[in-house]
Design a protein around this ligand. Structure first.
Ligand code: ADP
Ligand code: CA
Length: 404
């Protein structure tokens, strides 16, 4: 029986989907986490606790473990484990992204530099040191701009500034967020604000070649000052030629970063000047959003990822035709979650498949730009992308979120 090592940060939403996929494929699973994990019961003999902040010592620990329990594939399920997954794979001699490539996706400034060297279209950018005179830096850049931390995710700490005064306020706010996140970095990135529509491309790299698995439109305008993710709908309603350019530019970006194997999740903006790469992450789509995707005759995204990592045959990379979408339910205001009412009524909307509330009762809900959790997810399928979007909005309107 083949054995796969899953690197599962304790904060991930992705565990169950990968465990289900492993069960479907009949592979043995070893779960590794930074702390003993709630899924202990499902794999009691196969649990490792590893410090993901130290990729090389993790790689060595896994190599030793692997002497008695040979490992055929390693999958890091989230941003936090992409570098360590690469280090482990390299140590075990498994085909995977290089550590350098994985690391480039985890530092937004390095990523911009790699893309710029390769001539991939992206926003103009400039690193900003929090220890320099911010008033001078504010006078030196163009507006509107976007300020962002180098290593956080889920839009945490990403802020648009339209004036030098907003620039200063945003930098100070990000400095505070970095402190809360325990991130010692003193550098931010300032980028040119790219107007336009945003899309997310879900892809799988196989031997350096990109298979576009799905292209999602994000129909809600993302103009800032904060950038909360809400609706994703696939297939995209963009003209075929624009979709093709998006795939081409994403493939160029992956190559520029040195990525070769496994899932990528890319975000791009597109306007009259063409597509611009906002980000390429070496992981699959976050949260529970992968539930929107099915391939071939019903394969999940996680099954596809595991099959690739295990070197198994993949019958089809084609997404099931039917339009599908998800809404990441916005957090309406800060406070403690008491209850979410109206779930049954929301699920009764035609096309809606499921409303999954992932925040728990009593959970402290923090708004962007400081926060990063999701309240939950609404899933829909329908005959057209327009109907999917309508169903998601209608279901959302039927929810009542009680926050004190
Ligand atoms: P994160 O890793 O936290 O997701 P991103 O760099 O992807 O950070 O930024 C989050 C969101 O902020 C993007 O999806 C996009 O909507 C918006 N954004 C980021 N950079 C820019 C930019 N240069 N121009 C316009 N919007 C941007
Ligand atoms: Ca992003």
């Amino acid at each position: 029986m083949q054995r796969v090592l899953l690197l599962l940060p304790t904060t991930t939403y992705r565990t169950q989907a990968f465990l289900d996929a492993a069960r479907t494929l009949g592979v043995e699973v070893v779960c590794a986490s930074e702390r003993p994990n709630v899924f202990a019961e499902q794999a009691p003999d196969n649990l490792l606790t590893l410090d993901f902040d130290h990729p090389e010592s993790v790689a060595e620990a896994v190599r030793r473990f692997g002497q008695a329990h040979p490992i055929d594939a390693v999958v890091g399920v989230d941003d936090l484990t992409t570098v360590v997954a690469a280090a482990v794979a390299q140590r075990l001699g498994l085909p995977a992204n290089s550590v350098t490539a994985a690391a480039a996706t985890r530092d937004k400034h390095v990523m911009r530099q790699r893309l710029s060297e390769a001539g991939v279209p992206e926003p103009g950018f400039r690193p900003i040191s929090l220890d320099d005179d911010l008033a001078v830096a504010a006078g030196d850049i163009g507006y509107p701009c976007v300020l962002k931390p180098l290593r956080l995710s889920a839009s945490r700490g990403v802020i648009r500034a339209d004036t030098p005064a907003e620039f200063g306020a945003a930098c100070r706010r990000i400095a505070e967020i970095l402190k809360q996140a325990g991130d010692p970095s003193r550098t931010l990135l300032a980028e040119e604000f790219i107007p336009g529509r945003e899309v997310a491309l879900e892809g799988l790299l196989v031997g350096g070649a990109l298979h576009t698995l799905a292209l999602f439109d994000k129909p809600d305008p993302l103009d800032g000052p904060f950038f909360e993710e809400t609706i994703y709908v696939t297939p995209s309603r963009l003209p075929a030629a624009e979709q093709a350019r998006i795939s081409t530019d994403t493939a160029r970006a992956a190559t520029a970063l040195g990525l070769e194997e496994g899932p990528i999740h890319a975000e791009l903006r597109i306007n009259a000047r063409g597509p611009f790469v906002i980000e390429v992450a070496a992981r699959s789509i976050g949260g529970l959003c992968s539930r929107t995707l099915r391939f071939g005759t019903g394969m999940t995204l996680e099954e596809l990822i595991l099959r690739h990592a295990l070197g198994r045959k993949i019958e089809s990379y084609d997404r099931e035709r039917r339009p599908a979408g998800v809404m990441m339910i916005p957090i309406p205001r800060a406070g403690r979650l008491q209850a979410v009412a109206g779930i049954e009524r929301a699920e009764a909307v035609a096309g809606v498949e499921e409303v999954a509330i992932t925040a728990h009762r009593g959970q402290e809900l923090v708004l962007l730009p400081e926060g990063w959790q999701y309240l939950g997810f609404i899933f829909a399928r329908a005959d057209t992308p327009e109907e999917v979007e309508r169903a998601l909005r209608e279901a959302h309107a039927r929810l009542h979120v009680d926050i004190t």
